[in-house]
Design a protein around this ligand. Structure first.
Ligand code: FMN
Length: 183
């Protein structure tokens, strides 16, 4: 069994999830290739892949352009293969139902893609000195975290690395995807 994990990531969160998905799939006996669809525009044929996982980070309530274009452009090839999609986003912490509807179901529907699994994972809000976010993006992320803290009682470090991704859920997502490949 072989899977392609195609992802777009602005500040490294989705990229790290993609890498961990590949590792978890390996533990399930499934081989995985990683494709950064923004850095590498030479998107391969999906021939030889039993499944494809497509993931994106989110900004201003939207996927990155490249992973969304990948879904659209590959929609025909994705038919007949197991497909899963995921995002890393902040809005899932505030309202998981609308995150699912707006960032997953709608995106899949618009691309004409049927996914066996769709999951919105939380963000990496790195507000610390080694953050990959620029000054302004870090300010925006910090303000959004402060809003979540006020509304939802979320605890966070205003000057540190806040990893709000649930790695147990990410592990479970991989297990279920591997199961769907076998089934
Ligand atoms: C400037 C900025 C804007 C963002 N806008 C949103 C947004 O509109 N909705 C959302 O759910 N998350 C938003 N986020 C949170 C990111 O989606 C989150 O940090 C995610 O982990 C980024 O993934 P990436 O590093 O793979 O791109 C924003 C983050 C920043 C820094």
């Amino acid at each position: 069994m072989k899977v392609l994990i195609a992802y777009g990531s602005r500040w490294g969160s989705t990229e790290e999830i993609a890498g961990r998905l590949a590792g978890f799939l390996g533990e399930e006996g499934v081989e995985a290739d990683l494709l950064d669809v923004k850095r590498n525009r030479n998107w391969p044929s999906l021939e030889g892949y039993d499944g494809v996982i497509v993931g994106s980070g989110v900004k201003i309530s939207k996927w990155m352009r490249e992973p969304q274009a990948f879904l659209r452009r590959k929609a025909n090839e994705l038919k007949g293969r197991r497909v899963a999609i995921f995002v890393s986003c902040m809005s899932v912490l505030a309202d998981p139902e609308s995150a699912r509807r707006d960032l997953l179901e709608r995106v899949a529907e618009e691309a004409g893609v049927e996914a066996v699994l769709m999951e919105a994972f939380g963000p990496l809000a790195d507000l610390g000195p080694r953050s990959k976010m620029g000054f302004i993006d870090r300010k925006i992320a910090g303000a959004a975290m402060a809003g979540l803290s006020k509304d939802k009682g979320l605890e966070f470090d205003a000057g540190g690395r806040n990893d709000l991704r649930d790695w147990g859920r990410i592990r479970e997502f991989t297990r279920r995807f591997a199961e769907s490949l076998r089934g």
